[in-house]
Design a binder for this molecule. Structure first.
Ligand code: ADP
Length: 402
């Protein structure tokens, strides 16, 4: 019953959060999803209510039994003491003493049973806590190698494969490639070809089923999660803005180097002087009615500024970083990024093949496998996947007159 209750509470929390999240507001209003959310909320509250009633009914049986036993116990004690006064000459003073002792004992027994019941319930909750505490812990810092150990080192994938537990086929299949420092690599392929899974494997968010990922000569498995995450600066498609200041949102830290944050922001066209309080401008309106809400393009630009600011990372991964930007802003960012990334490796995932042309090498994935690699000219000459995708996109742009 506790698990059922937890599942209901989770769903209720999700619906409450969704209804309060401003970023869902437009879609909920325009698509008329309010009724649907309210109906889900109502149904879940109904389930919660019936679960509560069921729980009370189950407990009521035990509680009733306890009360009956207490009444019986006291009736027996009372009866025996009255009999003792009546028949065995026990004095009234002794009667009072025995009676008070018996009642005290009975009360303590009741309290013991009540505490035992509460203890049983708490122990059940503690069981979850114990299970969580027994999960293998990620080593933070203990044997963490220094970031500087990896600067200038390659990242090599040898025969890496991965399949999601629920899936019938590998999402990444026998992938072998070496990412060399300073080299810009584009990762292209149809939806579902395994690009995001490959990135998760490189970052250590997933572990390969077979094959190895080497950072320099170090096997990725020997790096603890945090040590490994620190090697990357990433821009994913789903960008989160926090209700913190512009500076904190860029540095992703409470303390930061203002000049470097300003440089990262101006690189992506978000000069801090465009904001009323500069780096101290609050983003979102959760805690400050004057807080600034960024447009889709500005959010994406801020995410890129985060990646630029993150020092020490050996690889920058940009997953569709410019999809919400207009082509001119995109072009400008790519030109600047190239110099800002300096000697880091860079992986760019993009659906717009034209935006991958500034990369040194293009990797084409299909059904989890690396099927083609080379620069734009080589791949066009091969006339394979890439050439077909490029031709399809070019004809679309020509038709649209772009
Ligand atoms: P891409 O980024 O190229 O669109 P993905 O790496 O997201 O491709 O997906 C590769 C394959 O793995 C797809 O078939 C997709 O359905 C599957 N997949 C992705 N994420 C999961 C998941 N969490 N659980 C099960 N299958 C997944």
């Amino acid at each position: 019953m506790r698990e059922e209750n937890t599942a209901i509470n989770r769903r209720l929390d999700y619906i409450n959060e969704t209804m309060q999240d401003l970023s869902f507001g437009k879609e909920i209003r325009i698509m008329g999803m309010g009724d649907m959310l309210l109906s889900w909320h109502g149904k879940l509250m109904g389930k919660k209510q019936s679960l509560f009633t069921r729980e009370r009914k189950e407990c009521a049986g035990g509680e009733l039994l306890q009360i009956l036993l207490a009444v019986l116990r006291e009736a027996l004690v009372y009866g025996y003491l009255i009999y003792a006064v009546w028949d065995k000459g026990v004095s009234i003073a002794d009667f009072s003493l025995y009676f008070a002792s018996a009642m005290g004992f009975s009360k303590m027994l009741g309290m013991f049973l009540a505490h035992y019941e509460a203890f049983r319930l708490d122990a059940a909750c503690l069981q979850d806590m114990r299970m969580m505490m027994e999960l293998p812990e990620e080593e933070i810092g203990a044997a963490a190698p220094r970031l500087s150990d990896f600067v200038g080192k390659s990242i090599t994938l040898t025969d890496v494969s991965y399949r999601y537990p629920s899936s019938m086929r590998d999402a990444v299949e026998h992938f072998t490639y070496t990412f060399v420092p300073g080299k810009r690599v584009a990762l292209v392929g149809e939806n579902g070809s395994g690009k995001t899974t490959l990135i998760k494997l490189i970052c250590g968010l997933l572990e390969p089923d077979s094959g190895t990922i080497f950072f320099g000569e170090t096997d990725g498995r020997s790096l603890s999660g945090w040590a490994r995450y620190a090697l990357f600066s990433t821009v994913f498609q789903d960008i989160n803005l926090y209700a913190f200041t512009l500076g904190e949102n860029t540095a992703m830290a409470e303390t930061y180097e203002p000049e470097q944050v300003k440089a990262a922001l101006s690189c992506v066209g978000l000069a801090e002087d465009k904001f009323p309080k500069g780096l101290d401008t609050m983003l979102r309106k959760d805690f400050d009615p004057q807080g600034v809400e960024l447009s889709g393009g500005q959010r994406q630009a801020l995410a890129i500024a985060r990646a630029v600011y993150r020092e020490g990372a050996v690889m920058t991964i940009l997953d569709e970083p410019t999809a919400a930007l207009d082509p001119l802003a995109e072009q400008e960012i790519y030109l600047k990024l190239d110099s800002l990334l300096q000697n880091r490796s860079g992986i760019f995932i993009s659906h717009r093949l034209a935006s991958t042309r500034f990369c040194d090498e293009i990797l084409v994935m299909s059904e989890g496998a690396l099927v083609e690699k080379g620069n734009h000219e080589n791949l066009m000459a091969i006339g394979g996947f890439y050439a077909r995708m490029y031709a399809a996109q070019s004809s679309f742009y020509q038709k649209e007159g772009c």
